[in-house]
Design a protein around this ligand. Structure first.
Ligand SMILES: N[C@@H](CCC(=O)N[C@@H](CS)C(=O)NCC(=O)O)C(=O)O
Length: 201
Protein backbone atom coordinates (compact mmCIF):
# COMPACT_ATOMS: atom_id res chain seq x y z
CA UNK A 1 0.00 0.00 0.00
CA UNK A 2 1.33 3.44 -0.90
CA UNK A 3 0.41 6.82 0.59
CA UNK A 4 1.25 9.53 -1.92
CA UNK A 5 1.67 13.10 -0.73
CA UNK A 6 3.81 15.24 1.53
CA UNK A 7 3.55 15.64 5.30
CA UNK A 8 3.17 19.42 4.96
CA UNK A 9 -0.40 18.61 3.92
CA UNK A 10 -2.70 18.20 6.95
CA UNK A 11 -4.78 15.78 4.88
CA UNK A 12 -1.85 13.52 4.05
CA UNK A 13 -0.61 13.71 7.62
CA UNK A 14 -3.97 12.81 9.20
CA UNK A 15 -4.05 9.71 7.01
CA UNK A 16 -0.43 8.75 7.83
CA UNK A 17 -0.88 9.15 11.61
CA UNK A 18 -4.25 7.36 11.53
CA UNK A 19 -2.88 4.41 9.53
CA UNK A 20 0.03 4.09 11.99
CA UNK A 21 -2.46 3.96 14.86
CA UNK A 22 -4.73 1.49 13.07
CA UNK A 23 -1.60 -0.67 12.70
CA UNK A 24 -1.73 -0.58 8.89
CA UNK A 25 1.63 -0.87 7.09
CA UNK A 26 2.18 1.47 4.15
CA UNK A 27 4.96 3.02 2.11
CA UNK A 28 5.10 6.82 2.14
CA UNK A 29 5.80 8.45 -1.24
CA UNK A 30 6.29 12.15 -0.51
CA UNK A 31 5.45 13.55 -3.97
CA UNK A 32 4.43 17.19 -4.23
CA UNK A 33 1.24 18.17 -6.09
CA UNK A 34 3.18 21.21 -7.32
CA UNK A 35 6.92 20.56 -7.82
CA UNK A 36 6.43 16.91 -8.91
CA UNK A 37 3.06 17.28 -10.65
CA UNK A 38 4.01 14.97 -13.56
CA UNK A 39 5.35 12.18 -11.31
CA UNK A 40 2.26 12.50 -9.12
CA UNK A 41 0.00 12.27 -12.18
CA UNK A 42 1.53 8.86 -13.00
CA UNK A 43 0.05 7.59 -9.72
CA UNK A 44 -3.20 9.55 -9.92
CA UNK A 45 -4.02 11.69 -12.98
CA UNK A 46 -6.19 13.95 -10.81
CA UNK A 47 -3.10 14.91 -8.70
CA UNK A 48 -4.82 15.15 -5.32
CA UNK A 49 -2.96 14.56 -2.07
CA UNK A 50 -3.49 12.30 -0.28
CA UNK A 51 -3.83 9.46 -2.74
CA UNK A 52 -3.75 6.00 -1.20
CA UNK A 53 -3.00 3.13 -3.59
CA UNK A 54 -4.23 -0.16 -2.16
CA UNK A 55 -2.35 -3.41 -2.79
CA UNK A 56 -4.76 -4.33 -5.62
CA UNK A 57 -4.02 -0.97 -7.33
CA UNK A 58 -7.24 0.80 -6.32
CA UNK A 59 -6.41 4.49 -5.80
CA UNK A 60 -8.46 6.21 -3.10
CA UNK A 61 -8.62 10.01 -2.78
CA UNK A 62 -9.80 12.40 -0.09
CA UNK A 63 -8.56 11.90 3.46
CA UNK A 64 -12.04 11.48 4.95
CA UNK A 65 -12.98 8.78 2.43
CA UNK A 66 -9.65 6.99 2.94
CA UNK A 67 -10.17 7.08 6.72
CA UNK A 68 -13.76 5.90 6.33
CA UNK A 69 -12.44 2.78 4.60
CA UNK A 70 -9.94 1.95 7.35
CA UNK A 71 -12.34 2.85 10.17
CA UNK A 72 -14.80 0.34 8.74
CA UNK A 73 -12.08 -2.36 8.68
CA UNK A 74 -10.77 -1.62 12.21
CA UNK A 75 -11.62 -3.88 15.12
CA UNK A 76 -13.52 -2.16 17.97
CA UNK A 77 -10.34 -1.56 20.02
CA UNK A 78 -8.75 0.41 17.15
CA UNK A 79 -11.74 2.46 16.02
CA UNK A 80 -11.13 6.21 16.15
CA UNK A 81 -14.70 7.41 16.03
CA UNK A 82 -17.26 6.64 18.73
CA UNK A 83 -20.06 4.19 17.98
CA UNK A 84 -22.98 5.64 20.02
CA UNK A 85 -24.94 7.96 17.69
CA UNK A 86 -24.87 11.04 19.93
CA UNK A 87 -21.11 10.87 20.58
CA UNK A 88 -20.55 10.17 16.87
CA UNK A 89 -22.60 13.21 15.85
CA UNK A 90 -20.63 15.38 18.31
CA UNK A 91 -17.29 14.22 16.91
CA UNK A 92 -18.42 14.57 13.28
CA UNK A 93 -19.59 18.12 14.00
CA UNK A 94 -16.21 18.97 15.51
CA UNK A 95 -14.34 17.30 12.64
CA UNK A 96 -16.45 19.38 10.23
CA UNK A 97 -15.21 22.55 11.96
CA UNK A 98 -11.59 21.37 11.93
CA UNK A 99 -11.75 20.39 8.24
CA UNK A 100 -13.46 23.68 7.32
CA UNK A 101 -10.64 25.56 9.10
CA UNK A 102 -8.14 23.43 7.19
CA UNK A 103 -9.82 24.10 3.83
CA UNK A 104 -9.95 27.85 4.47
CA UNK A 105 -6.31 27.88 5.60
CA UNK A 106 -5.26 26.03 2.42
CA UNK A 107 -7.27 28.52 0.30
CA UNK A 108 -5.55 31.40 2.11
CA UNK A 109 -2.12 29.88 1.49
CA UNK A 110 -2.86 29.21 -2.20
CA UNK A 111 -4.15 32.76 -2.70
CA UNK A 112 -0.93 34.24 -1.28
CA UNK A 113 1.66 31.72 -2.42
CA UNK A 114 0.41 30.68 -5.85
CA UNK A 115 -1.23 33.82 -7.24
CA UNK A 116 0.89 36.76 -8.36
CA UNK A 117 0.43 39.74 -5.99
CA UNK A 118 -1.36 41.85 -8.63
CA UNK A 119 -3.96 39.11 -9.15
CA UNK A 120 -4.80 38.59 -5.49
CA UNK A 121 -8.35 39.53 -4.64
CA UNK A 122 -8.68 41.22 -1.24
CA UNK A 123 -12.46 40.58 -0.76
CA UNK A 124 -11.79 36.86 -1.29
CA UNK A 125 -8.96 36.87 1.27
CA UNK A 126 -11.21 38.69 3.77
CA UNK A 127 -14.02 36.19 3.23
CA UNK A 128 -11.72 33.19 3.65
CA UNK A 129 -10.07 34.72 6.74
CA UNK A 130 -13.46 35.38 8.33
CA UNK A 131 -14.55 31.79 7.69
CA UNK A 132 -11.23 30.44 8.97
CA UNK A 133 -11.44 32.40 12.23
CA UNK A 134 -15.11 31.51 12.74
CA UNK A 135 -14.28 27.82 12.39
CA UNK A 136 -11.31 28.15 14.80
CA UNK A 137 -13.45 29.93 17.44
CA UNK A 138 -16.12 27.23 17.41
CA UNK A 139 -13.47 24.46 17.29
CA UNK A 140 -11.72 25.96 20.33
CA UNK A 141 -14.99 26.46 22.26
CA UNK A 142 -16.04 22.89 21.55
CA UNK A 143 -12.68 21.42 22.63
CA UNK A 144 -12.80 23.48 25.83
CA UNK A 145 -16.07 21.77 26.79
CA UNK A 146 -15.19 18.32 25.48
CA UNK A 147 -14.81 15.61 28.12
CA UNK A 148 -13.03 12.96 26.02
CA UNK A 149 -9.38 14.05 25.82
CA UNK A 150 -7.56 10.98 27.02
CA UNK A 151 -7.65 8.90 23.81
CA UNK A 152 -5.86 9.42 20.48
CA UNK A 153 -9.04 9.45 18.43
CA UNK A 154 -9.83 11.05 15.07
CA UNK A 155 -10.62 14.41 16.71
CA UNK A 156 -7.20 14.42 18.44
CA UNK A 157 -5.40 13.48 15.20
CA UNK A 158 -7.18 15.95 12.93
CA UNK A 159 -7.12 18.78 15.46
CA UNK A 160 -3.40 18.35 16.03
CA UNK A 161 -2.27 18.08 12.39
CA UNK A 162 -4.53 20.91 11.16
CA UNK A 163 -3.44 23.19 14.01
CA UNK A 164 0.24 22.52 13.34
CA UNK A 165 -0.32 23.29 9.63
CA UNK A 166 -2.14 26.54 10.44
CA UNK A 167 0.52 27.61 12.94
CA UNK A 168 3.31 26.84 10.44
CA UNK A 169 1.66 28.65 7.53
CA UNK A 170 -0.56 31.39 8.97
CA UNK A 171 0.57 32.30 12.53
CA UNK A 172 -0.07 35.99 11.86
CA UNK A 173 -3.66 35.29 10.73
CA UNK A 174 -4.59 32.78 13.47
CA UNK A 175 -2.93 33.82 16.73
CA UNK A 176 -2.20 30.73 18.84
CA UNK A 177 -2.89 32.63 22.09
CA UNK A 178 -6.52 33.17 21.08
CA UNK A 179 -7.21 29.44 20.80
CA UNK A 180 -5.80 27.90 24.00
CA UNK A 181 -7.78 24.66 23.96
CA UNK A 182 -6.65 23.80 20.42
CA UNK A 183 -3.07 24.73 21.29
CA UNK A 184 -3.10 22.53 24.43
CA UNK A 185 -4.36 19.51 22.54
CA UNK A 186 -1.77 20.04 19.80
CA UNK A 187 1.09 20.39 22.31
CA UNK A 188 0.01 17.17 23.94
CA UNK A 189 -0.32 15.03 20.82
CA UNK A 190 2.61 16.33 18.74
CA UNK A 191 4.84 14.56 21.28
CA UNK A 192 3.02 11.25 20.75
CA UNK A 193 5.07 8.57 18.91
CA UNK A 194 2.72 8.28 15.90
CA UNK A 195 2.88 12.05 15.29
CA UNK A 196 6.67 12.08 15.70
CA UNK A 197 6.96 9.25 13.20
CA UNK A 198 5.19 11.43 10.59
CA UNK A 199 6.21 14.99 11.51
CA UNK A 200 5.02 18.08 9.66
CA UNK A 201 7.59 18.45 6.87
N1 LIG B 1 -10.81 17.25 0.97
C1 LIG B 1 -9.53 16.76 0.55
C2 LIG B 1 -8.58 17.93 0.40
C3 LIG B 1 -7.21 17.49 -0.13
C4 LIG B 1 -6.42 18.65 -0.70
O1 LIG B 1 -6.95 19.72 -1.03
N2 LIG B 1 -5.13 18.42 -0.86
C5 LIG B 1 -4.26 19.41 -1.44
C6 LIG B 1 -2.88 19.32 -0.80
S1 LIG B 1 -2.97 19.93 0.87
C7 LIG B 1 -4.14 19.15 -2.92
O2 LIG B 1 -4.24 18.03 -3.38
N3 LIG B 1 -3.91 20.24 -3.69
C8 LIG B 1 -3.72 20.19 -5.09
C9 LIG B 1 -4.96 20.54 -5.84
O3 LIG B 1 -6.04 20.66 -5.23
O4 LIG B 1 -4.86 20.70 -7.05
C10 LIG B 1 -9.01 15.73 1.55
O5 LIG B 1 -9.54 15.66 2.67
O6 LIG B 1 -8.14 14.93 1.19
Amino acid sequence: MKLIGMMDSPYVRRVAVSLALYGVEFESQPLSVFSTFEAFSQQNPVVKAPTLVLDDGTALMDSTLILHYFESLADPAHKMLPQPPQALAEDLRLLGLILAASEKAVQHVYEHHLRPAEKQHQPWTERVTRQLLAACREWDRTLEKRQRHEKVDQVAISSTVVWTFIQQMLPEVVAATEFPAIQRLGDRFESHAAFKRYPYA
